[in-house]
Design a protein around this ligand. Structure first.
Ligand code: KG4
Ligand code: ZN
Length: 358
């Protein structure tokens, strides 16, 4: 059976009136199968996530075929569980929203096919969502998003910095030249003998580290751009631990702390330089890596020093989930109706619901 992590509702049942909109979100872009119900573009009535990470862990990363098979098994269960948690039937929904891309093609197709079938059977409109933008929209679960703002996305597949002018309007300032921030954690964890996914494992082990720990390099681009580069961390770590066939627990903790700190330092460096060019009052961060408490604390301190309002979703809405998909769809509204093709390589710039073929 798929392993379930059930996240709690954000909206209290007492405050529930009849919502203006009630969107079922579906997310299957990688190894999480998720469904959620969101009312009025802000209240998360239900969020269910079935992850195949424990299974993938045996292979040291995501095996697309395995992920796809798990989606087939988990999709009907998470959708039923989300409706049950929200306490609503399909008739109460105003739309079904689904991740269109980017992601693994097989995984995306399964989510899309399920969403199409449900929308058709229930007679509801179907809206497509860009997964990258959806991560940022997870912030709407806490408070309405203030535009324009500076936005940071740090996930397992992507790392980028944007001026975010409104739903679907992202102007890219920087992206990674090589590994994404989450990949730095995943690859680093493997070098340290830790399991997949690496981020939570590194965070857990780093908690036992005692200062001083080593420092790993913080890359800057020679061409002066704000682009990120994390692949040097993997090489530096590889050199550092190569001599030791099995790391002592203390060393594992020290290097995990060093890795976590170097990733956070690079992100803080890019934020500092981007913000200095236009000191906007609001900064939004999102993506699986923002679940990291050391990174959250570092960016909170960064924001406090500058009097900036930093917005980060609750930890459960940082990693892949479907509440963010429904929240993004609600922000776009009916204009997000789509041609319904999976778009594994849909770029940042394409708004949720835009037709990538155009
Ligand atoms: O956003 P996400 O769930 O999926 C993608 O869209 O890629 O991000 C997954 C990434 C993985 O690389 C994972 O190791 C990382 O987020 N991650 C973390 C933590 N939890 C997940 N990285 C650092 N610390 C964490 N606590
Ligand atoms: Zn994601």
């Amino acid at each position: 059976m798929p392993e379930y992590v059930s996240e709690s509702c954000a909206g209290s049942p007492v405050s529930r009136g009849a919502p203006g909109s009630l969107i079922l979100g579906i997310e299957t872009s990688c190894d999480e199968t998720a469904a959620a119900v969101v009312a009025d573009g802000r209240a998360v009535w239900a969020s269910q996530v079935a992850s195949s990470a424990a299974l993938q862990s045996r292979y040291g990363g995501v095996v697309p075929e395995l992920a796809a098979r798990q989606h087939v098994r988990a999709l009907p269960l998470v959708v039923a569980a989300a409706l049950d948690q929200a306490g609503v039937g399909p008739g109460a929904l105003t739309a079904v929203a689904v991740t269109q891309g980017p992601g693994l093609l097989g995984s995306l197709l399964l989510g899309l096919t399920a969403a199409k079938a449900l929308a058709l059977a229930w007679g509801k409109p179907l809206w497509g969502v860009n997964h990258l933008e959806a991560h940022l929209h997870a912030n709407a679960a806490t408070a309405p998003i203030q535009f324009p703002n500076l936005a940071l996305l740090v996930s397992g597949g992507h790392t980028g910095l944007f001026w975010w002018d409104g739903p679907g309007r992202l102007r890219r300032l920087a992206e990674t030249r090589d590994d994404a921030a989450g990949e730095a954690f995943d690859k680093g964890a493997r070098l340290l003998g830790l399991e997949y996914p690496g981020g939570p494992a590194v965070e857990r082990v780093a908690a036992a580290a005692v200062r001083p720990w080593p420092s790993l390099p913080v890359a800057r681009m020679g061409d002066g751009t704000l682009d990120f580069s994390f692949s040097g961390l993997k090489s530096a770590l590889q050199r550092a631990v190569a001599a030791e066939p099995v790391l002592a627990a203390g060393d594992q903790a020290r290097w995990a702390a060093a890795l976590q700190e170097a990733v956070a330092a690079q992100i803080a460096d890019r934020l500092t330089r981007a913000w200095a060019t236009a000191p906007v009052p609001h900064v939004y961060a999102a993506g699986g890596v923002m679940a990291n408490r050391a990174l959250r604390a570092r960016l909170e301190a960064w924001a406090a020093e500058r009097g900036v309002a930093l917005h980060v979703p609750p930890v459960a809405l940082c990693t892949d989930n479907a509440a963010m998909v429904a929240l993004a769809a609600a922000a776009h509204g009916p204009a997000a109706a789509i041609g319904l093709e999976a778009s594994p390589r849909i770029p940042w710039e394409l708004a949720s619901g835009a037709d990538p073929a155009r």
